[in-house]
Structures are given as C-alpha cells and as structure tokens.
Design a protein around this ligand. Structure first.
Ligand SMILES: *[C@@H]1O[C@H](CO)[C@@H](O)[C@H](O)[C@H]1NC(C)=O
Ligand SMILES: *[C@@H]1O[C@H](CO)[C@@H](O)[C@H](O)[C@H]1NC(C)=O
Length: 520
C-alpha cells in the first residue's frame, strides 16, 4: 500500500513537471486517484478584506480555508491562485498569461510551499484541521481577475475539488483613488494662502489606447492646458451642463483664446490665478504651472483639448484643494483624466469633419469607442498638485485671537494655570508708516513680492502684492516673527480694518527664465 502510494506520488511529480510550463498542475491531494466528492457547502475559501469581489493591486490579503460547520476537518489541502489569460494577437492559439500574484505560507499555519506546483501552499502535516490560512499578494495593475482556489482531502482518497465554494474569483478594483476627485469642502478654514505646483502628464498613446487613438497618429496631441484657481462661484465647465462658447472653441479647435478671456474676466473676483501651461504638442505632453489659492479661491479647474477630435477634451472641474477633513491645504493630490465630450459637435471619430450639434448637448463622457467597456478605459493624462508653500494672512491672526477668547469662556469652571512654555518674546523694533493715522498706526509697507504670472518668451506679465500690518500696543498684528511678541490677544478696531488697507496688488512685468520643457 505504502509502496503504491509512493509510486503514484512519483508519477504525479513527473506529470506535474511536464505540465508546469503550460500553467496546469494536478493538485489531487495526497496523490489520490479517486473521483472527488460533489461540491457542497462543508468547506469554503474566503479572502479576508475583499469588498465586492475586487482586489487592490499589490495589496496583501489573507486567504482562509475553513469548515463552515466548525466541526468537519480535513487532513490535506492545496491553496493556489490562477491567473487570467489575454487574447494574443500575434498567436491566437497561445493566449498571454497574466499575473496571479503570489500565494505564500502564513506564519502560523501548518503549511509549506508546494514542492511540485508553483504558487501554491500545501499542508505540512496530515493532522486533522478545521481551518488554515495562506497569504496572497495581489498582482500589479492591469492583470484583470484572479481565481483563488483550494482542493482538500477529508481523509485519504476522500476529497473535494476546487468547485463551488472552494473557488473565489476576484477582479482588480479599478475604482482607483486617483480616479476620484477629493470631497468638496464648502467651508474652507485655511487661514493661509497657498501655492501649488501643477504637473500635467499626457499618457495617451497608440500602444496603451488601442481603439482610442486617431488613425492620423502623428498629429495626435493635446492643446495648451488652461484653467484657474477660483471660488465656489465660478466654473470653467460643469459635467452635465452645456459648454461655454470658450470651451466649445477649445474642445473643437484647440484654440484657448476665447476660454482664457472668459476666465480673465473673472480675475480679481471669483478667479485668483489664471492658469496656462504649454508643452510640446504631443499625446505625451508634459508641462507644469504654479498657481495660488486662498480660503475663498480654494478650487481649481483645468481643461485641454484632445486633437484631432470632434469636441473631445480632458478636464477637471472644481477640484478641491482645501481638505474637507483637515480643513486646510491638501499636501499632494493626483487625478486621472478621462475624455469628455463638450456636446457641441456630433462627430463620432477623431477625424470626423465639423458637424455642429443642434441644440448643444450637456457635457458627458466622450463616446470614443463604444466597444471598450468604460471600466477598461485607461486615463489619457494625469494631473498632480503639489503644495509648495503657504503664506500667512491676516485671517490667521484674527482666528488665533477669537479662539483664545472662546477658550477663556470655556475654562471658567475648572481653571488650571498653565505656564507658557514658549521662550520670552524677543524685542522687535517696528517702523511705523508715517502716512498711517495716529488712530490706526501701521507698519511700513513691506517690499513688493515677486511678480507672479506666466513666463512667455522669457517675459512675465502678471500681478504682485505687498503687505503692511496694523499695530496694536506696538505689536504688528498678523505679522509672523519667529519668537516675536504674540499678537493673539490684540484686536484691531473695525474702524482701522475698514479704513486702512493692509495689502495692495498691482500689475507688473518682469523678465524670467522659461522652465525647461520637462518633456524631452
Ligand atoms: C484663436 O482664435 C482667435 C480668435 O478667436 C484668433 O485670433 C487666433 O488666431 C486663433 N488662434 C489660433 C492658433 O488659431
Ligand atoms: C508629494 O509628492 C512628491 C513626489 O511625488 C514628493 O517628493 C513629496 O515629498 C510629496 N509631498 C508631500 C507633502 O507628501
């Protein structure tokens, strides 16, 4: 008996080595030759932490094989992962094997890697068990679905194959974080202004987007990227609403002029910075721009045309930079862009001739290739927003003082005296602006900040600002001085705030070095 078992095992080993490369592996437990039991619900395989049968690429999961009645036991098992295949255009008879990730031994399970089959773990002893675990490290992105399955033997020659509840198929979760805009925050509390560096990266190509690329490959490109940082009262566009005349012109012709004018007309009101970023006109265009946001202007919208195309464009509308949870500036955000349809031209191919849609339709997803399911469409570009610096404003000091006032009231009951641990304030000599009134003394104006704007042909036309501060008891309220006197308890009178400006803005021109084209 023992001897035939050994021989069977050897034959199995041999058979497995032969079929290894083809991705098939006979996983009959303990080399049995009997037929498996029909599938039932006695044993089950689960992947812990999986929602909606979707896995996150590269994440580690625990796979659990167990008796559902908590009584039944098994002596031997194999846990394994099977990859999907993809149609091979070059050789239809030999499908391309995708990646199933890696099945690994879990630290405290009585298991070992299978000596004969790849990417599998088996029992390390044949004592009866009610459950075992293994680890599964999900494959990288773009490997579609993976089937995690088990075979098990209740005893020698009595076994279940990987049917029914012993098999679990899970697919990549493509609802990537980077496909989702941050939650909008209607109550931005950031007291500082902030500067962001925007990076646009075109990731559209014939190879990565089969069926979604113009036949006239060499002229495929994106237009300049145009947009603004703005308040809640402004939109460059809105999904499901009609495009403006400026967006129509951009989406249909790639001409940004009219849209820029629409945005410029709001500058100083609902728009804080007009953004324009140019790069080499290619589908892999890479370009950067920097812009400023404030508590009021805490959102950003951007668009770029897909060329050639009827009226397709990429864009983001109302991207929130003031984090809804922390209430302040988000440090780093990334967003994937997918093609949109401006609803102004009825063409259905990239090269379609002009065909005005009458009446215009609301902005929607671009129906570039209806045969490609929506969840399989890859992003055409990626946007990255990096917080590069912040600028304290008057709002910060005003809040600091109101906060202390509130705190004082709350503390009435149980008073506890806490000695300040900050170092003694250093002496700061402050020059008083001779032009300010004795009723509302102010510091002298600080220097103008550098001219901000877009650098074109080494010339910059934009705006710059400068600040001065109200003085209360000789303290410059709102001016941050390291280890300087605290202005938290100094209140500037309403009269002074209303009658004496503490900031000025003016148009400016400067020379500048155009940033090297990132895309070479
Ligand atoms: C864009 O349109 C404006 C008029 O709206 C025109 O003056 C300009 O030449 C156009 N730009 C290009 C590059 O065609
Ligand atoms: C933001 O991302 C960049 C690169 O992607 C990184 O160098 C930087 O440290 C990040 N900043 C923060 C605040 O996370």
């Amino acid at each position: 008996m023992l001897k035939t078992g050994f021989i069977a095992c050897y034959m199995l080993l041999f058979a497995c080595h032969k079929c290894y490369g083809a991705g098939l592996c006979n996983r009959r437990p303990l080399g049995t030759k009997t037929e498996p039991l029909p599938p039932d619900d006695r044993f089950k395989i689960d992947i812990l932490g999986i929602n909606d049968d979707m896995y996150i690429p590269r994440r580690q999961y625990t796979v659990r094989l167990y008796a559902t009645d908590d009584i039944s036991t098994f002596i031997a098992f194999t846990i394994s992962a099977r990859e999907d295949t993809r149609y091979n255009e070059k050789n239809p008879r030999k499908p391309i094997l995708l990646d199933a990730g890696a099945i690994k031994v879990s630290a405290d399970a009585p298991s070992v890697p299978s000596p004969i089959c790849k990417n599998s773990v088996i029992q390390s002893d044949i004592t009866p068990k009610k459950s075992v675990e293994a680890l599964w490290i999900a494959p990288p992105k773009d490997n579609q679905c993976v089937t995690i399955y088990a075979v098990l033997a209740v005893k020698q020659d009595v076994w279940y194959n990987f049917d029914g509840p012993l098999s679990k198929r899970v697919c990549e979760d493509r609802r990537n974080m980077e496909d989702m805009q941050p939650v909008e925050n209607d109550n931005c509390q950031a007291c500082e202004d902030a500067r962001y560096l925007l990076t646009f990266d075109g990731v559209w190509s014939y190879n990565t987007h089969p069926g979604m690329f113009p036949k006239t490959q060499e002229i495929a490109r994106f237009s300049d990227v145009v947009g603004a940082s703005h308040s809640e009262n402004f939109n460059v566009y809105k999904f499901n609403s009609e495009a403006s005349a400026g967006l129509k012109m951009l989406a249909e012709q790639g001409n940004t002029t009219k849209l820029e004018m629409e945005i410029l007309s709001e500058l100083g009101a609902s728009v804080r910075t007009v953004i324009k970023a140019s790069g080499r006109p290619k589908p892999s265009m890479a370009t950067t721009a920097s812009f400023r946001v404030t508590r009021e202007h805490h959102r950003v919208s951007l668009v770029t045309a897909i060329l050639p195309s009827p009226d397709w464009f990429l864009g983001v509308s109302n991207m929130e930079l003031c984090d809804a949870v922390t209430g302040t500036w988000a440090p780093n955000l990334t967003l994937n862009l997918y093609p949109l349809d401006a609803g102004t031209d009825s063409g259905v191919t990239f090269e379609a001739s002009n065909d005005d849609t009458m009446p215009p339709q609301p902005i929607s997803s671009a129906p570039i290739n209806k045969e490609i399911p929506k969840e399989q469409i890859k992003p055409f570009a990626k946007l990255k927003f990096e917080l590069t610096r912040t600028y304290p404003t008057m709002l910060c000091s005003a809040e600091a003082s109101s906060e202390t006032a509130v705190k004082g009231e709350d503390d009435q009951g149980s008073r506890e005296i806490v000695q300040p641990t900050t170092p003694a304030p250093v002496e700061v000599s402050i020059a008083i602006d001779p032009e300010s009134s004795p009723d509302c003394p102010m510091t002298e104006w600080e220097d103008w900040l550098p001219c901000e704007g877009e650098c074109i042909d080494n010339k910059l036309e934009g705006f710059q600002s400068r600040f001065r501060y109200h003085l209360v008891d000789g303290v410059a309220v709102g001016k941050y001085i390291e280890n300087g006197p605290s202005y938290a308890d100094k209140q500037v009178s309403r009269y002074c705030l209303e009658n004496y400006e503490d900031s000025e803005i003016q148009a400016c021109e400067d020379t500048c070095d155009e940033e090297e084209d990132v895309n070479s």
